[in-house]
Ligand binder design. Structure first.
Ligand SMILES: *Cc1c(COP(=O)(O)O)cnc(C)c1O
Length: 397
């Protein structure tokens, strides 16, 4: 190994660790939260409906249902589709575990599909390969921030009588052929976790044009009760009925106020992410030891993650060493994701194993996510570019 690498005791490119993602909260956001804290409603109050309406309008959906996390959003979606015991749901292997967890929580079985070799997205062909007589739905994941081929997925879903859900936790602000993410599937789920494009600390949403499904999800987030607290307070009644099984997946008013305040800035933030990604693209496009993910035509990418794949045959290092070398330089790289079917729980419970999704498995060994967030300074971007060049040149085969 070359001595000048920080890993070998050389001077690092940066003195402080640049995280792979970081939230942005400004004074305006803080004022919006403070106003709620001074109001009569900390939860089940008017900030929730206001945020839902603003979010639905922003993506062009008829309804948005706010819940306590992206995982709760996925769970509410699978529940609304009345998927349960004996049913199968096709999910991509290349995603965060929550995409599959929600299926298991409903007593159904996740069936892991492979992803396309160029974009690591679940395509229509990969989804169709996994369909059986028990399949009820497909949950596609807009990995790294670009929407899947929903037109193709819809054709597969229609041919087999399936429901279609978009896990859009990465792709808020993206579009395909001018159609916004949030309207591309029947139910579209979002996360408001601190590392996501828009945050409430924790939180989530489901968008849909189907008011029956939206009503079911609003009951599900509130113990399966057929009215909410605000409505009862207005009409002055104590009566409520639990009409189906539900959870407490409510998002609080302060969280909704924070996310609503952030929503106004989303467009500019996505633009900044895209600008940083363009700079990375031109800085890394010529490197033999890196491979960038393909962009689908006509897609406006939200660039939630900047994922690169290492060409390991061009390096005398594995991903773990490159990862450690970049961290030592002050670059907070990450890995998205360990294929879900390889996690011990899924192996034990569903007998999944290596070899089932070869593209996702092989890609996983090479993946790195570089820092990308709207608040990055130009000097941060330059430090990532310098460190990647430094490390890959030092470790070139
Ligand atoms: C973040 C994320 C989730 C879960 O969201 P939480 O808000 O953390 O529960 C689900 N799917 C994907 C693809 C995600 O990135």
């Amino acid at each position: 190994m070359t001595a000048h690498l920080a890993l070998a005791g050389g001077a690092p490119v940066r003195d402080t660790l640049l995280p792979y993602s970081r939230h942005l909260v400004d004074e305006e956001d803080i004022r919006a939260v403070t106003a709620v804290l001074r109001s009569d409603w900390l939860t089940t109050g008017p900030a929730i409906g206001a945020f839902e309406a603003a979010f639905a309008a922003a993506v062009g959906a008829a309804e948005a249902v706010a819940v306590s996390s992206g995982t709760a959003a996925l769970h509410a979606a699978i529940n609304a589709l009345e998927i349960g015991s004996g049913d199968e749901v096709v999910v991509p292997a290349m995603t965060f575990a929550a995409t599959a967890t929600c299926v298991v929580l409903q007593g159904a079985m996740p069936v892991f599909a492979d992803v396309g070799p160029d974009d690591l997205l679940l395509g229509p062909a990969q989804a169709e390969e996994r369909i059986s007589a028990r399949t009820r739905a497909i949950v596609a994941v807009d990995y790294a921030g670009q929407p899947c081929d929903y037109e193709g997925l819809w054709r597969v879903a229609e041919r087999h009588g399936l429901r279609l859900v978009a896990d859009a936790c990465h792709s808020l602000g993206a579009s395909d052929n001018g159609r916004c993410v949030g309207t591309l599937a029947e139910l579209n789920t979002f996360s408001l976790h601190a590392v996501k494009p828009l945050t409430a600390g924790e939180g989530g949403l489901v968008t849909t044009d189907d008011s029956t499904l939206a009503a079911r999800m609003r009951r599900f987030r509130n113990h399966g009760i057929d009215s909410d607290h605000l409505a009862r307070a207005r009409t002055g009644t104590w009566e409520y009925e639990v009409v189906e099984l539900g959870c407490n997946y409510r998002l609080s008013d302060a969280q909704c106020a924070l996310a609503a305040s952030q929503l106004a800035k989303l467009g500019a933030w996505v633009e900044r992410r895209r600008e940083i990604a363009r700079r990375y693209d031109s800085a890394f496009g010529g490197l033999h030891s890196l491979q960038l993910l393909a962009e689908r035509p006509a897609v406006r990418h939200a660039r939630h993650l900047y994922v690169v794949r290492l060409a390991l045959d061009q390096l005398r290092a594995d991903r773990a060493l490159v990862f450690r070398a970049l961290r030592a330089e002050g670059i907070g790289v990450n890995v998205h994701f360990i294929p879900v079917h390889l996690h011990p729980y899924y192996r034990r419970r569903f007998g999944t194993r290596r070899g089932q999704c070869p593209v996702a498995e092989a890609a996983y060994e090479t993946l790195l996510s570089l820092p990308l967030f709207a608040g990055m300074a130009d000097s941060d971007v330059a430090s990532v570019i310098a460190a990647v060049h430094k490390v890959l040149e030092a470790l070139a085969a």
